[in-house]
Design a protein around this ligand. Structure first.
Ligand SMILES: O=C(O)CCC(=O)C(=O)O
Length: 273
């Protein structure tokens, strides 16, 4: 497949030994379920409280859904809470990815100081609701607002990834480009068109491999894991102790849940008894 400028894809970026190392690290993680809103950040008119479709884990900084995610130019402070550093396998892979990115993206596409210091780990699969398994392996269309290119590494079943143009209220959005993201692949996208103008989404995740990752997520079966690596300027990452009181109260429960399995989060909680 031909990839247009601003899009890069390597189907076999992750070597088998790297994959083994990532899976060993993943088996130590305890992803959490987040609610979209919170007492100090209630749903806006027309919206209702909901759980995210999938469990997540963040590295570098945690963008709790209830704090509304990083969204420059206005939404930059008190949204990104300092989190655990990347494990060594990611530090190695990411230094290769950054070399590819600086070759591909220049000028306005590559902000000063850009480096990949944030990672969202998304778990795709099905969720047990009562006595029913409900497939939640998709992501609705959205943009990633962190500046500069985004790098995405996928493991497990392949996913149908689409860039879409918004056609306005009541009209079906047009697919501008689509591709399968395969097990072990690296995708990079950046620049005005792919990052700023178009939305992206995961339409569906295959089941052909019969993959089911043995992970610590209650009532959930994971068949795909995606890591999106992004850049958030350091000045916009707040340690837990610097969050305003309301935001700290909103995320304390998540921090406590994370602290059950993470020394990092135990330490962060101690800074704000
Ligand atoms: O799972 C993927 O391939 C994409 C995830 C994504 O769009 C995101 O994390 O913003």
């Amino acid at each position: 497949m031909q990839f247009p400028p601003g899009l890069y894809y390597d189907a076999s970026f992750v070597r088998p030994s790297d994959k083994e190392e990532i899976l060993a690290w993943l088996s130590t993680l305890h992803p959490i379920w987040e609610e979209r809103y919170s007492p100090h950040h209630p749903p806006p008119p027309g919206q209702v409280q909901r759980q995210l479709l999938r469990p997540v884990y963040w590295l570098g900084n945690w963008q709790f859904a209830c704090l509304n995610y990083y969204h420059p130019p206005k939404g930059i402070f008190h949204r990104c809470v300092r989190a655990e550093p990347f494990p060594s396998i990611f530090q190695r892979l990411i230094s290769k990815v950054e070399k590819i990115a600086v070759r591909l993206f220049r000028g306005r596409e590559m902000p000063a100081g850009w480096h990949l210091n944030t990672c969202l780990v998304n778990f795709y699969g099905k969720k047990l609701e009562g006595d029913r398994w409900v497939d939640t392996a998709r992501v609705g269309e959205h943009k990633d607002f962190e500046p500069g290119p985004v790098a995405s590494i996928s493991l497990g079943e392949r996913a149908m990834f689409q860039f879409v143009a918004s056609r306005g209220l009541g009209q079906r959005n047009a697919v501008a480009f689509q591709q399968w993201l395969e097990d072990g692949s690296l995708q990079l996208f950046g620049g005005e068109k792919w990052k700023n103008r178009l939305f992206h989404r995961v339409q569906r995740v295959d089941r052909k491999l019969g993959q089911n990752f043995p992970l610590h997520v209650e009532n959930f079966e994971t068949r795909r894991i995606n890591f999106t690596f992004r850049y958030v300027p350091e000045a916009h990452i707040a340690p837990f102790c610097e969050l305003p009181r309301g935001s700290a109260a909103d995320v304390r429960g998540y921090m406590e849940e994370l602290a059950e399995h993470s020394q990092f989060f135990r330490g962060a909680l101690r800074t704000r008894p």
